[in-house]
Write a protein that binds this ligand. Structure first.
Ligand code: SAH
Ligand code: SF4
Ligand code: F3S
Length: 470
């Protein structure tokens, strides 16, 4: 690029502030957005008050996620009053779900952009500069942003997300994601490996491969997703599935920890688990959401597996990887769930002994199959009580599992200072348990062997006994 052109971009730099909500994929998208905007002279700011453009990268998964954004927008009215040139954009899943309604309902919003239209953001902002309001909510069957080199935001310099696919082709009846993120498509493995190596070169120690259903990752040369059996013989020969991708990544970044999320109980294969056993740098940890412990409810949720099938998958994982950490997502009070069916969720949790659980009250999302066919009839108070029972049980399980670690050692990757004290490090063991210990001479990014001496519901507490390798 000509020096003078570079200079003019520099002097024209405007400040962009991005706030992210929702899942890891959304946080990862914000890093793609920062990169695309960076190419057009926008520098990311740490503070909303100094920004020329504020983007809220939003989530629509439950009603309360959207209410939070509405509150945030109310608050931003003050910013807009103070700076009438301020541009406010609503991006991500809520933007995709509400489309032009968002422009009608929220007068201060200038830009609405869905998850597949981020390359268009600089043009959308330019439209606003010209005095308009702008929207792009087109979903794509091919966009993976594979060539975009993400700008790491709020990074601890130790772990980073890598998006390996986009969208979701499952139709879980409660879920808005297929509507907000469109059809599933996999990203070119070469660009994934390159991104991982680049992170390793910059000193990162752990990568987290992201997709809504990583087990259905399938690369055969690009374009919209096709079932393996529908591929031509050549496409089948050169195709790369999730297990192959794990191997490729594990070999490309030795010494770096690899995690991934999210697995689907129906699709996780023995091939993937065997690959985890074979490569030491793939963490023995799987996030395997069950949602409910009752087969009738699972059918109503359109999850495509039964309670027994889920239990068989856990048996398979634990046979191959006896010390694998397993975490879960659970929904309390899905439409039509009876008291006995709720009890089945509790008994499955007891049997499964999850390391950790994300637990939610069912929230009906407009337009989803459940909203159309299974009206939400469970009273809020009942949902609340069921959720509390689920939380209490999981806390008890986590407490017991953590205290069973006392006297044992764990290999911990140091991520940051502990929230409670600057004298302590915080890191995670392979099973993703948060571990805290006095800093000593160790530094961020070190792998350390820690002797566990105490524990709480959420944390292992101990002392470092030496450096460790993976
Ligand atoms: N792709 C992942 C989940 C993505 S959404 C999977 O299939 O497991 C993250 C979690 O939000 C889900 O696992 C589910 O537990 C929860 N969730 C999704 N829709 C919900 C709704 N309508 N109400 C309450 N919780 C919901
Ligand atoms: Fe939603 Fe189901 Fe897809 Fe997960 S797998 S994103 S719960 S539709
Ligand atoms: Fe993630 Fe929320 Fe969208 S959970 S995919 S940001 S609806």
């Amino acid at each position: 690029m000509l020096e003078s052109v570079k200079q003019s971009i520099k002097t024209n730099t405007r400040k962009l502030y991005i706030e992210s909500y929702g899942c890891a994929m959304n946080f990862s998208d914000s890093e793609i957005i920062a990169s695309i905007m960076g190419e057009h002279g926008f520098e990311t700011a740490q503070d909303a008050a100094e920004a020329d453009v504020i983007f809220l990268n939003t989530c629509a998964i439950r009603d309360n996620a959207e209410q939070r954004i509405r509150e945030r927008l109310k608050h931003l009215r003050g910013n807009k009053k103070r700076n009438k040139h301020l541009i406010i954009g609503v991006l991500g899943c809520m933007a995709e779900r509400l489309k032009e309604k968002l422009l009608e309902e929220e007068q201060l919003v200038d830009v609405v952009a869905g998850p597949d239209s981020y390359r268009d953001l600089p043009a959308l902002v330019a439209e606003v500069d010209d005095g308009g309001r702008a929207m792009n909510v087109l979903l794509s069957r091919e966009e993976t942003y594979g060539d975009v080199n993400p700008v790491r935001l709020n990074s601890n310099g130790v772990n980073a997300f890598i998006s390996i696919m986009r969208g979701c082709d499952n139709m879980c009846s409660f879920c808005v994601v297929p509507f907000t993120r469109g059809r599933e498509r996999s990203r070119d493995p070469e660009s994934i490996v390159k991104e991982a190596q680049n992170l390793q070169y910059q000193g990162y120690k752990e990568i987290i491969l992201l997709g809504q259903n990583v087990d259905s990752y399938l690369w055969f040369g690009g374009g919209p997703k096709k079932e393996f059996k529908r591929l031509s013989v050549e496409e089948q020969d050169r195709s790369i599935d999730f297990a192959d991708l794990l191997k490729l990544t594990a070999l490309s970044v030795p010494g770096m920890r690899i995690r991934y999320s999210t697995s689907h109980p129906r699709d996780i294969s023995e091939k993937v688990v065997l690959m985890m056993a074979q490569y030491k740098n793939i963490c023995n940890y799987i996030h395997l959401p069950v949602q409910s412990g009752n087969s009738r409810v699972l059918e109503a949720m359109n999850r495509n597996y039964t309670r027994e099938y889920y239990m068989d998958k856990l048996r398979m994982i634990r046979r191959i990887l006896p010390d694998c950490g397993i975490s879960c997502d659970i929904i309390a009070g899905f439409s039509t769930e009876t008291e006995t069916e709720h009890q089945d969720t509790l008994s499955l949790m007891e049997w499964s002994q999850f390391e950790f659980c994300y637990m939610y009250k069912y929230s009906e999302r407009p337009g989803t199959p459940a909203a159309k066919k299974l009206p939400d009839t469970i009273q809020e108070s009942v949902k609340g009580r069921r959720l509390q029972e689920i939380i209490d049980l999981q806390n008890q399980i986590s407490r017991n599992k953590h205290s069973a670690m006392i006297g044992k050692t764990a290999i911990v990757l140091i991520e940051s200072k502990s929230k409670k004290s600057d004298a302590d490090w915080m890191g995670r063991n392979e099973q993703n348990n948060v571990t805290v210990f006095p800093c000593g001479d160790y530094k961020k990014g070190d792998f350390v062997e820690v002797l566990i001496e105490k524990s709480t519901t959420t944390t292992l507490i101990g002392k470092a006994i030496g450096y460790a390798s993976l």
